[in-house]
Every structure is written in C-alpha cells, then in structure tokens.
Design a protein around this ligand. Structure first.
Ligand SMILES: Nc1nc2[nH]cnc2c(=O)[nH]1
Length: 454
C-alpha cells in the first residue's frame, strides 16, 4: 500500500478497479483490483488492495466508485497544431515546405478572426479530450488574441495544456502571414503576461519559434531571452525533412548543426520539446541529452508528408526524452491512439529494412504515449502515471465499446469471451477508438462526457 500523508485534504473519490500505467522501471504495470483514492485537490492520495487497509486517517470520504473496466493514465500529445485542425487530411500529396505554403500559412492567417478561431479551437479541444488527450502541447498562430482564446478554451474544458503563440518573421510565400521581429517579441511578451495573469491551474504559455526557416537570428535571440527570463517551456520543429536541413545549413552557415542554431540562441533547454527530429545526427542527439531537451515523435505526419522515419530506438538509446505527437494537420488524426499505432508501424518498417533492428514493443509505446510524453514536456512531476501525489489524469476504458472484442488487440495469453473481461489482458486497444474511452479525468475532475454549459 502506498499513500500520501502530507496534506489533510479529504478524499473526494475512491475508485475500485484495475489500473494500468508505466513507471520509471516498468513499461507497463497492471495493478489488478485496487482501491485508488483521489483527494479533493485532484491528486492520487493512495493505492491499496483492501478496504480494511485503506488509510483514511480521519479524512472524510465523499464518493466511492466501483469500476468493472480499467483505468489508464491520460495520454499526452506533445505536438499538435490546434489551428490546423480544420484541414487535417490535406497533407498527403505535397512535401512539407510546399504543403506549408499551399495550405498552412493561408489558413493560419484566418485566425485574425476571433470567431473563426473560437469555432476551430473549441472543436479541437473537445475532440482531443474525447480521444483521451488529457495534456496537449499546442501550436496556435501568430495572433496573440486568438492564442489567448485557445488557452481559455482549454481551461474551460479542463484540459492540461501548453499553448504557444507562433513566432515567425520570415515568410516569402505568404507575406501577409508574418511579423516583424519587434512585433513578434512584443506580442510574445504580451501573450505570456496575459496568460500568466489568468492564473489557469493547468494551462501555461510556451515560447514558440515556428522553425529556423521562419525565424531570423534576431528573432530566435529574442525568444531565447524571453524563455530564459521567464523559465518557460519552448517548442519548435527540427530536422523534419532533408530539404529543410539543407536550407537551414545554407541560412545559418556559421553553426555546427540545425540543433546548434537553437542551442546558440538559448532555445535548447530541459523545457524544450522539438517536433520530428527525423534526420538528427548522433552529435545532435548528444546535445539534446546534455541539455535535457526532448523529441516529439510524430509518425503519422512523418509518413503522410514523406518527411522521414524517426528511429525512435536510436533516440531512446541516446537517453533523450521522447514523447508522441499527432502533429495535426501534418498528421491526419487527432487521436493519440493513432499516434501509438503509427509509432509501431514506423518501428516495424525500420525492422523490415533491417531485421536486426530492435522493434519498439507495444508496452514501450504505451509508455511513450503517457509517462514518456509527460517527461518530454517536463510535466512528469504532475502527470503521466498513477504515482501517489500526482494529479489524477486518467481514462476509464471500456474495452467492450462498439468494436468490442476485435478492438482489444494485443492479448497476453488470456481469453476474453462473452461479458467476461480479464484485467490481465493488455488493455490499450490498438484498434479501439474514442468509443472505448468512457470517461476522461484531468486533475481529478471528470471532463468527458462533457457537461453542456448554458
Ligand atoms: N509538420 C509541420 N512542420 C512544420 N515546420 C514548420 N511549420 C510546420 C508545421 O506547421 N507543420
């Protein structure tokens, strides 16, 4: 039995059921038939096997829930463009840079219109929550007010989020969608101070240079300084395609590598998450490890745009923090279950190329989607698994959803038949979907099913 005795807050809920999560030592730990208490601050208070051993210690217990299904931690999307949700599915016929010029920049420019922004951002927050994304690291657009609105919507729906106002002062193809370095600097400061003033419990700003091809050295320098002065998270893209790597080399000839461009501008820290990284060299990964920066693996997008195949095993072998991202709309699915499947696909494709390749296991990918993601975003103090003291970010999974047994997928030498569900079955449905996610909790609060607001 484990419990936190530090605070004297009451126990809001005790859930009885099976809890499946990752720890630092085990990719998947299955805790069968346990009692998990959540205190009134939304934190896991205790996990134990028997009621008689439950450490109430004079605390009031408000609600007891018996669950025949199982709980897993909420999933962490380490890279998603909220502003690209409306055209997911377009990234199938063009390579990255042409796709950005054709679809992305013209549509992102529309977020000047706050009603347009409100509509899309409401849809994306609801859709990702319903699909089990309890934490999302969002790119918005260059528009400060619309980016603030995204923060407000995530807060209103109870999603944990990092929200970034995009910064870019270079755009030769769609020149009306860019800022001057001064505007970008001033608006980033305004965005951060307005976001921090709101005191949202679960939503924070993240400094967001789009990528080195869209930012002058002057702007990168400003942003590095802002992040450093405010101890903020940083997100960007890196080494997604070979063409991009080549252009960065031409634009920044005096730097050792693409990673060095960010590093020399103080943008590579232990709160940095860089999306893609398909073509990072070993030297660059060493620098990531040294600085504590992380990679967001976005396999759907990498394949859809034909950008490359990230060798996730190599990243893990370098002991670089790794999470998964949907990268909507480079990736066509906002579901983290899809990111799990695509991660397995990429790893298997690498194995087809080289039979000696050490394919990622399903259990490892489960960890990347949950605890790995929270570590990649440096939020693992608060979320990622059911460790006592962390926030209760959880999915109640109903494996008997509409797709029922077919959706169960990986079965660990157990049988599932009729109405009987063995909790020893490996639980995350590789071909399941949001219909298998019965409830979603963030920081102890049930956020799905949605409560309709007046
Ligand atoms: N996939 C993807 N890569 C980028 N690199 C710079 N901007 C983007 C973007 O919006 N999507």
């Amino acid at each position: 039995m484990t419990s936190s005795n530090e605070s004297a807050v009451d126990i809001a809920h005790v859930y009885r059921g099976t809890f499946v999560h990752s720890t630092d030592h085990t990719a998947v730990e299955i805790l069968e038939d346990r009692l998990l208490g959540v205190d009134t601050e939304g934190k896991v208070y205790s996990i134990c096997m028997e009621w008689s051993a439950y450490p109430c210690e004079g605390r009031r217990l408000v609600h007891f829930v018996v669950c025949s299904e199982f709980f897993m931690p909420g999933m962490v999307d380490t890279h998603i463009h909220a502003s690209q949700y409306s055209y997911a599915g377009t990234a199938l016929d063009l390579p990255l840079l042409q796709w950005l010029n054709t679809y992305t920049f013209p549509v992102e420019a529309c977020y000047k219109d706050l009603e347009f922004a409100r509509n899309v951002y409401t849809h994306v927050v609801k859709r990702t929550l319903r699909n089990g994304t309890t934490t999302a690291c969002y790119f918005a657009t260059i528009h400060t007010d619309a980016s603030l609105l995204l923060g407000q919507i995530a807060n209103d729906f109870g999603q944990r989020a990092l929200v970034g106002k995009v910064c870019m002062d270079t755009n030769n193809f769609v020149p009306h969608y860019r800022e001057t370095p001064e505007e970008s600097h001033d608006e980033t400061n305004r965005f951060i101070s307005e976001m921090l003033k709101k005191k949202y419990p679960l939503v924070r700003p993240v400094v967001t240079p789009r990528f080195a091809l869209s930012c002058s050295a002057a702007l990168l320098g400003h942003l590095g300084e802002i992040a450093q002065n405010n101890h903020l998270h940083i997100q960007s893209h890196i080494s997604e395609t070979k063409e991009e790597v080549k252009l960065v080399k031409e634009l920044f000839p005096d730097y050792d590598s693409y990673t060095d461009v960010y590093h020399k501008h103080n943008l590579l820290t232990d709160k940095t998450v860089m999306a893609h990284g398909c073509h990072l060299t070993d030297e660059e990964l060493k620098l990531f490890r040294e600085k504590g920066a992380s990679v967001a693996h976005c396999p759907n997008s990498n394949i859809s745009l034909c950008s490359g195949m990230l060798d996730a095993r190599r990243v893990l072998n370098h002991k670089v923090k790794l999470g998964l991202g949907t990268d909507v709309a480079g990736g066509y699915s906002p579901s983290m279950l899809d990111a799990v499947r695509r991660t397995l696909d990429t790893s298997k494709a690498l194995t087809i190329q080289d039979p000696q390749y050490q394919t990622l296991t399903f259990e490892e990918v489960f960890r990347l989607a949950t605890l790995g993601g929270s570590q990649a975003l440096s939020l693992d103090e608060h979320t990622g698994n059911f460790q006592v003291g962390k926030d209760f970010d959880a999915l109640r999974v109903n494996p008997r959803g509409p797709k029922l047994l077919r959706s169960l997928g990986v079965v660990k030498s157990q049988v599932c038949s009729g109405s009987f569900f063995s909790p020893s079955l490996f639980p995350l449905p590789p071909s399941g979907d949001d219909r298998n996610i019965a409830e979603v909790y963030v920081a102890g609060k049930r956020v799905v099913p949605f409560v309709e607001r007046p």
